[in-house]
Design a protein around this ligand. Structure first.
Ligand code: SF4
Ligand code: SF4
Length: 452
């Protein structure tokens, strides 16, 4: 496959104060980002509170050793389902990357979404990017101190809410809120919330694009994922060059008027006119910015747009290609596997062990008995009792506790003896049945009546 040539480019020059003051821009891609990011933000903050029938909708409870996924309790033995979900997510990410570059980063990644929220707060409290750049050094002058103080307070509030909500996916959010309101948090929970708040504040408020530039492994992957048919944010150099300021432009000038707006709006501070770069998160802010300039100049939009290398060199863009179809297949198969796995989970985890010291015991009246050890674990907190019985080909009698207290006995092996005088084959199938309101869970084992 043809490789995209790589060219050494200069790092973007940092402003004198070492900070990018990202200018916010409106446009069709900004609207699209609102459409993707607001539902995701809403889901993040709301899902943790949803409790249909008193059971959490999504909770990874270490305390109860249970995962609640879409309201269904799963045991830690169902963890492969989560791996399946992660494979689906990974496959989808790779599928999107091959087709449309890093659109996940620009439109749905939590790092980007929270950074945009923090930039909005910054603009609301301290003014637009130009104003911020001018007054950034005036820390204690006029209203500047209060504006900056308010910005940091709001950032900390959003960071704190994010930390508490994130923790609510591991510890019930109602417990966290009650502890917070009563100021009765454990030292461990307090420390965890402080650390999570600080990390969110640092990531979205202070470090921002440096995470995307230096820490995110996904940006390193992209050069492997992309091919010459991947549509990603690109500058049409053929149309734009030679660039010239509007006043000095002539018939030979391209459409780029060198206004730098595409650089000012870039959250990673790069100049897309330098070509495809690992730092570009495909947020399309530069497309909105450049389109607004082209609109004002009454020139066609799209000097910067989602295009592939093939399209830029006037070749046919191949949409359906093996790599893209391969990832689509991975996503489809993992969705099917997870769906099947999801229908095949159990609310009671039952383990049965035969007594390995004696195969069977024969009593004086020719009754044959087998000994078993039984462990039952429930993954529904409201479920407290189960009744136990046995069935098979013939009449069996069960000796041992008929009711199991699931609250107490979930880590204890309980001894049982099963006896029959209704002798069948040397080795038959026996079922232990665990009855709880509304359902029966059965587990098979063997009953041995004679040495083979
Ligand atoms: S916004 Fe458009 S016209 Fe302005 S510098 Fe960037 S590419 Fe050129
Ligand atoms: S170059 Fe454009 S698409 Fe890439 S990160 Fe900057 S603004 Fe976003």
């Amino acid at each position: 496959m043809e490789k995209i040539p790589s060219v050494e480019i200069q790092s973007p020059p940092l402003p004198s104060d070492g900070k990018f003051h990202v200018k916010l821009v409106e446009g069709r891609f900004q609207n699209l980002r609102r459409l993707t990011s607001w539902p995701l933000i809403l889901l993040f903050f709301v899902m943790v509170w949803i409790q249909p029938d008193g059971q959490p909708w999504l909770l990874f409870s270490f305390e109860q050793r249970t995962i609640f996924l879409f309201g269904k309790p799963l045991s830690w033995h169902d963890l492969p389902l989560l791996s399946g979900l992660m494979i689906t997510g990974g496959g989808l990410l790779f599928f999107l990357s091959v087709g449309w570059g890093r659109v996940w980063c620009g439109f749905a990644c939590p790092q980007s979404i929270w950074t945009w929220i923090f930039i909005r707060i910054e603009q609301w409290t301290e003014g637009r990017a130009q104003e911020r750049a001018k007054t950034d050094q005036q820390l204690f002058e006029g209203t500047r101190f209060f504006q900056r103080g308010l910005k940091h307070i709001l950032w900390l509030i959003v960071a704190g809410m994010t930390a508490a909500t994130f923790t609510g996916y591991f510890i019930p959010i109602r417990d966290i809120t009650a502890d917070l309101l009563a100021l009765q948090m454990s030292p461990a929970l307090s420390a965890w919330l402080v650390i999570m708040t600080a990390l969110t504040y640092l990531n979205a408020g202070l470090v921002r694009e440096k995470i995307c530039l230096h820490a995110c492994p996904y940006s390193r992957f992209q050069s492997v994922m992309f091919d010459s048919n991947t549509r990603t944010v690109s500058y049409d150099a053929e149309r734009g060059e030679p660039r010239a300021k509007r006043r000095s432009s002539d018939v030979n000038s391209g459409d780029c008027v060198d206004c730098d707006l595409c650089v000012q709006v870039c959250p990673t501070g790069i100049d897309i006119r330098d070509g495809l770069q690992a730092a570009c998160i495909d947020c399309a802010a530069c497309i909105d910015a450049c389109d607004s300039v082209m609109d004002k100049l009454q020139r066609p939009k799209g000097l910067i747009g989602f295009r592939s290398e093939a399209e830029l060199s006037n070749q046919h863009n191949v949409v359906i290609r093996p790599k893209l179809m391969g990832y689509a297949l991975v996503v489809l198969s993992s969705v099917l596997a997870v769906t099947y796995g999801f229908t095949d989970t159990t609310e009671l985890l039952v383990e049965i062990r035969r007594d390995r010291t004696t195969l069977f015991t024969e009593l004086d009246d020719k009754t044959i008995c087998n000994n078993y050890l039984v462990k039952v674990e429930s993954f529904i907190p409201s479920q407290t009792m189960t009744e136990i019985s046995v069935s098979g080909q013939g009449r069996y009698e069960l000796f041992g506790p008929r009711q199991i207290d699931l609250k107490q006995d979930n880590s204890t092996w309980l001894p049982y003896r099963v006896c029959t005088s209704d002798l069948q084959l040397a080795r038959t199938e026996l079922e232990f049945n665990f009855t709880k309101p509304g359902s029966v869970v059965s587990k098979k084992t063997t009953f041995i009546t004679a040495s083979i």
